[in-house]
Design a binder for this molecule. Structure first.
Ligand code: MN
Length: 293
């Protein structure tokens, strides 16, 4: 970014990113993008390197946003449409096999104030560390998450279920489901983590929180998270992007202090843009990531 863009950015960030093929896979099908204002991870699926190409194609669609001070939800919705066409074209049509997850944060603003625009399709994850607490913002689009929502599985059972890799939404892979979006008021000191399931499947949340809490440099934190996933088995490709809010534009002087009590309110339905407005369709097909463990 130029200095002028930096000055006009609603959130000034510092970011780090790391990825590794893992210990069992031959190809890294994860892709990542960490350039202001877009910080994303995509986990590709489909054999014969198709997953690698799909995840890279999805993130390439976001390049027009790189260098902007911020982006709006409409911009991101438009880019996701283009990304979906790119991935579908790779597979030879919407019913083809290649696909990818997509999650992350886009620096955004509302009324001039800095907001994290969180996006998700699939089972890669976006977390926020704030006030020492780690919170998963994205909600997995997976069969086991649906069973958890229905009260038929506990989160602990879901973490080890044999079909935990079956996702219910994706870009490509025969899915036409919409992404979920959240608009979260940003605060100085927020640390966002965007990761593939090769991290969240290998490293428990308490360890992720501890690593994020003890390494101030975002690049060091991202690299340490990836190393921990390898130490725990590295059964999948593993990717971590860490984004720190160094400064946040907030016009209301009452908002300049950390608002721990407001954080819970932030998670209310107002912030999930489509939870109540987009009907939850039953997907015609469930993209199955058969090449995963
Ligand atoms: Mn994966």
């Amino acid at each position: 970014m130029t200095d002028a863009q930096m000055l006009s950015a609603p959130i000034v960030v510092s970011a780090g990113a790391a990825t590794d093929v893992g210990l069992r896979r031959r190809i890294n099908e994860d892709s990542m993008l960490a350039q202001h204002p877009v910080f994303l991870v995509a986990d590709g699926m489909g054999g014969h390197e198709a997953g690698e190409v799909a995840s890279a194609a999805a993130l390439a669609a976001f390049q027009p946003l790189v260098g902007l001070p911020s982006a709006r939800v409409e911009d991101v919705v438009g880019v996701i449409d283009l990304a979906r066409h790119s991935v579908d074209a790779l597979a030879g049509g919407p019913s083809g096999g290649a696909g990818t997850t997509l999650t992350g944060v886009v620096v955004s603003q509302h009324g001039g104030d800095g907001y994290w625009l969180v996006v998700n399709l699939g089972d890669s994850r976006t977390y926020r560390l704030a006030g020492g607490a780690l919170e998963q913002i994205s909600v997995d689009h997976s069969v086991v998450q649906e069973l958890v929502d229905a009260g038929e599985l506990t989160p602990e059972e879901a973490a080890t279920a044999v079909d935990r890799n079956v996702i219910t939404r994706a870009l490509g892979a025969g899915s036409d489901e919409d992404a979920d979006f959240w608009m979260l008021p940003a605060a100085q000191g927020d640390r966002m983590l965007i990761c593939s399931d090769g991290l969240s499947g290998e490293v428990d949340a308490a360890t992720i929180r501890e690593i994020l809490s003890t390494l101030p440099d975002p690049q060091a934190a991202a690299e340490r998270l990836v190393l921990q996933a390898l130490a725990n088995g590295g059964r999948d490709n593993v990717t971590a992007v860490v984004v720190d809010a160094l400064a946040v534009v907030q016009h209301d002087p009452m908002d300049t202090l950390p608002r721990a009590s407001d954080r819970d309110a932030d998670r209310g339905s107002d912030d999930e843009l489509d939870a109540d407005t987009v009907p939850r369709k039953t997907p015609r097909s469930r993209p199955e990531r058969g090449d995963r463990r």
